[in-house]
Design a protein around this ligand. Sequence first.
Ligand SMILES: [Zn+2]
Length: 275
Amino acid sequence: MPSAALSTLSRRRWLLAAGAAAVAVPALAQVAVGSASRLRHLVPAEQLEQSAAQQYAQLLQQARAKGALVPDGDAQVQRLQAIARRLIPFTPPWNERARQWQWQVALIRSDEINAFCMPGGKIAFFTGILDKLRLTDDEVAMVMGHEMAHALREHAREQLAKNSATGIGLSLGAQLLGLGDLGNYAARLGGQLLSLNFSRSDETDADLVGLEIAARAGFNPQAAVRLWEKMGTATGSNGQGLNFLSTHPSGPQRIRQLQANVPKVQGLYEQARRR
Ligand SMILES: [Zn+2]
């Protein structure tokens, strides 16, 4: 999607939102989440974003070669892109770098229940998550907001830094001291991006930040609860998509926590609906 147009839109919409928010509700962060991890500074954001962009391009190329990349003109792709366009203007307050991100949204034909957003704003949905869970626009926005939040809050960067601190710490140290090729290192990190498991606290963080972004964009926060209820029923129904479900366990605790946070963003949602 044209990123220049998006970023202009993004500035305009955000200013508008900030102006309105100053009157009715506090400007930012209705949900309570901790500050971003310090460890993430061990991995340079720019290198990681570059590497993610390469991985993403490769993934789309492979999907295209297999005939599994849904073309841009498809109604489902356009639906996903329209939802992304509404969410993107509300991302920079969570990460200044997002203003420069070249956001992309792709749809991959696969029965798997899966979706992700790589560092730098590279989003992919699998047809399985849309079809099997019969997601409404509000529910898609909750999944997308959640995945965007992982990227905005740099959970991959943090996780890679943690992995590095234990596994390849020595080589990381060498890289940081200028003793090696950082580009190669970032490329190796990129290879791990699709197999990362986020911690339970990163999952909560992504749930809440995603919920707030979606509410600000005018998506019904109650849909977050319905989404995870649907995920809960999908768990274990068959073998498909268990990868996403195993890294995103839907239990009563997750749903209770979302339920408790819906009232905090309800005002933002109602305000967005009035615009
Ligand atoms: Zn997640």
